[in-house]
Each structure stands twice: as structure tokens, then as C-alpha cells.
Design a protein around this ligand. Structure first.
Ligand SMILES: *Cc1c(COP(=O)(O)O)cnc(C)c1O
Length: 382
């Protein structure tokens, strides 16, 4: 007897259902396929309008966006950047590219993001003792849930520490209570960065964006992404820049994806609510949903109990053709960062030990989602 094998349910794949083909054809017909062309500026303008920022600078990747944004606020040799230990490695690699040192801060339980009060207390204590303070805070909004930014804004206020937001995973997330009500992630710090990698909420194949309300910072960021070449005929460069500009082809995809963003975010909300309702009977803990937050539910992630063997559950899901992934291996446990300075780390370790992300593609059908829940339920019964 043969058993039909169901197709894999992917973790997170692009949804290309709009004007992508049409805009790509325009690139080919106009011969504008590289970093010059009308879609790059159009994508920047449209993106800035959608998130509510004054300026946007398109980059070749989200990692490149972070690298440049950190340089714009002065990251370099001899400086320290406080950031999350519970994040994707690119957040911290960007710090290292600048020649700066990371200070790896543990997560808080309520949002899984950087524990702002842990960092706040440390900075205030260091200031009192006359020790040096972090030069920059890079706040990551992990898995689409906004970080608690109010204590961090207070640190900027009191000590002048600039903020870069790594909003790579959180496009569309915002604040719904407190002083930041209505603000989108990425628009609160000095600069905010996004990623359009293939698994993110919207994609350009590969790409990123820096946003800021400060014209000078936007100019410097754009200058750094385009080899720091001065205007004019000669090849004159006043800084060591990068070849980080987004191509017109990628930006064409970006414009088309951005037109569909509202629908994507709605689809993610529906997915999250359905998961929440259908996982109610299982012994798992749902993702954070702080009372002040409007998450974008990039990857719907859950925590298993201490008794469950996470790897066994992942193996069972894999056998059922369901692509699930563990949450991040904390940065303080990664070889290149084993000696980095850190503040705590137990919460990040616990999230890693117990956490998995479930399939969360915009195009995931209700039927496939039921299959995921059934597979998870069976895996937990094993
Ligand atoms: C995806 C991601 C990045 C990097 O973006 P790329 O476009 O893949 O370079 C940075 N930070 C976080 C938190 C991410 O998830």
C-alpha cells in the first residue's frame, strides 16, 4: 500500500500576487536593471510614507542597512553597542563590521525583546560610578513584537545615547498605548532598519531599508551606501563607503510588494488568531502580546514545557512535512561572541531551549494550518 506524502508546509515563503511581473518587465524594457532607475526612488518614497518616516534609504540587504545605520551614529573601534543576545546573528555582526563591541543584553519575558530595565539599571549604575556607558543602543523588535522603547528613550534623554532600531522582522508592528501610541517600529529611534529577505513579511529577493526623520543622517546613509562618491565627473570619495545600494530590479519587486503590505499584515493577524484559538487545548505557551503592542506576527512562535523534548517535537513535525524551526541559539553562545560582554542571558537560553516557530507564510491556507496544529498535537502526545 502506498501512502501519499503531503507537500511540505514551509515556514515562511514569499507571496508574489500583485504587480511584480509587470514592474519587472518595465525594468527589462527600460534597460534599468542596476542601482540607477526609477523604482529605487519610488520604493524609498512609498516606504517612507507607509511607515511614517521622513526619509528612506534603500540598501542591498537588511544587514547592510544596519551596518550603515550604526556607522551614521558613530559606531567604530573603541565604541560599545548594547543589543539583544536573543536575535538573529546579523544584528550583532553589523556591530562587529563597524569595529565596535557588542554588549549582549538578555530578554524580558513580556516581549522576548531586550530587557530595557536591566539595561537601564546598568547604565544608571555605570554613570553614577563614573564608568563608560554604551555609545549606542541597537534595539531589535524580535519576531514582529515591538520592544519596550520608553525606558530606552529615557536613556537617550538622560545620557544622549543614540538608538538604532533593528525592525527587520517587525514591518507593520506599532505601539497602541503609552507615549508612543500609533508609532510604527523603526520610526522611534534615530534610525530604523528593515529587511526584505525572502522569508520576511515582504520581499525584494534581497534588500533592506534605513529610515530616519533627520535629513543629515539620511544624506550620510545614502552617501555611505553609494561608495561615498562626491557629485561631479571625477571619482572623488571623501569616506570609505560601501556598494550597498538596492538595484532597480529589487526595488521594482519592493514597490509591488509594498502595494500588498496591508493585506499581508491582515493575513498574518488572521493566522495568529487562528493559531491562538486552535492551540488553546495544547500544553504550549503562545507568543508575547504586550498590552501596549500591536505585533505584526512575522513568525508565530510558541514555547513548549520543560518536559517536552523540543528536538523530538521538531523531528515529528518534520516527519509530518511541517517546517518548524527552533528559536535562536543565543548570541552569547555563538563562537565569535563567546567572550563578548553580557548582561544576564538566562531568559534567552530558556526561550531557545523551549521555543519553536510555526509555519507563518502569508499564503498559508486554513486547511494547512489545521494540518500544522494536528501534527503538533500528535508530536506532543508522543
Ligand atoms: C533578517 C534579519 C536581519 C538581516 O536582514 P538581511 O536582509 O537578511 O540581511 C537583521 N536582523 C534581524 C533581526 C533579522 O531577522
Amino acid at each position: 500500500m502506498t501512502r501519499s506524502v503531503a507537500a511540505d508546509i514551509p515556514l515562511s515563503v514569499p507571496h508574489l500576487a500583485g504587480n511584480e511581473g509587470r514592474y519587472l518587465s518595465e525594468c527589462l524594457e527600460s534597460n534599468f536593471v542596476s542601482s540607477v532607475g526609477p523604482f529605487v526612488e519610488r520604493f524609498e518614497r512609498d516606504f517612507a510614507a507607509v511607515v511614517g518616516a521622513k526619509h528612506a534609504v534603500a540598501c542591498s540587504t537588511g544587514t547592510a542597512a544596519l551596518h550603515v545605520a550604526l556607522q551614521v551614529v558613530g559606531a567604530g573601534p573603541g565604541t560599545t553597542v548594547a543589543t539583544s543576545t536573543f536575535t538573529f546573528v546579523a544584528s550583532v555582526n553589523a556591530v562587529t563590521y563597524c569595529g565596535a563591541k557588542p554588549l549582549l543584553v538578555d530578554s524580558e519575558r513580556d516581549s522576548w525583546n531586550l530587557d530595557a530595565s536591566l539595561l537601564y539599571d546598568r547604565v544608571v549604575e555605570d554613570a553614577r560610578a563614573g564608568r563608560s556607558l554604551p555609545d549606542i543602543i541597537e534595539v531589535v523588535h524580535v519576531l514582529g513584537h515591538p520592544a519596550d522603547l520608553e525606558p530606552i528613550l529615557e536613556l537617550r534623554e538622560r545620557f544622549g545615547i543614540p538608538i538604532v532600531e533593528d525592525a527587520a522582522e517587525a514591518l507593520g508592528a506599532s505601539y497602541r498605548a503609552g507615549a508612543l501610541t500609533g508609532r510604527q517600529v523603526g520610526t522611534v529611534g534615530d534610525l530604523g532598519c528593515f529587511s526584505f529577505n525572502g522569508n520576511k513579511t515582504m520581499t525584494t529577493g534581497g534588500g533592506g531599508m534605513i529610515i530616519t526623520n533627520d535629513l543629515e543622517k539620511a544624506r550620510l546613509a545614502r552617501h555611505l551606501t553609494t561608495q561615498a562618491k562626491l557629485a561631479g565627473r571625477e571619482y572623488v570619495h571623501d569616506l570609505v563607503g560601501f556598494n550597498y545600494r538596492l538595484t532597480n530590479v529589487a526595488a521594482a519587486l519592493g514597490v509591488a510588494q509594498l502595494e500588498q503590505l496591508e493585506g499581508f499584515l491582515e493575513a498574518k493577524r488572521v493566522l495568529a488568531h487562528r493559531y491562538r484559538d486552535s492551540l488553546g487545548g495544547l500544553r504550549v505557551e503562545g507568543p508575547p502580546y504586550a498590552p501596549w503592542a500591536n505585533p505584526s506576527f512575522w513568525l508565530y512562535s510558541i514555547l513548549l514545557t520543560e518536559q517536552d523534548d523540543r528536538d523530538r517535537v521538531l523531528d515529528c513535525l518534520q516527519a509530518a512535512a511541517v517546517q518548524a524551526r527552533p528559536l535562536w541559539f543565543p548570541i552569547h553562545r555563538q563562537v565569535p561572541y563567546a567572550a563578548a560582554e553580557r548582561l544576564g542571558g538566562d531568559v534567552a537560553d530558556d526561550l531557545h531551549r523551549r521555543g519553536i516557530s510555526l509555519p507563518s507564510s502569508v499564503g498559508l491556507s486554513a486547511e494547512d494550518q489545521t494540518r500544522v496544529v494536528e501534527a503538533l498535537s500528535e508530536a506532543l502526545d508522543h
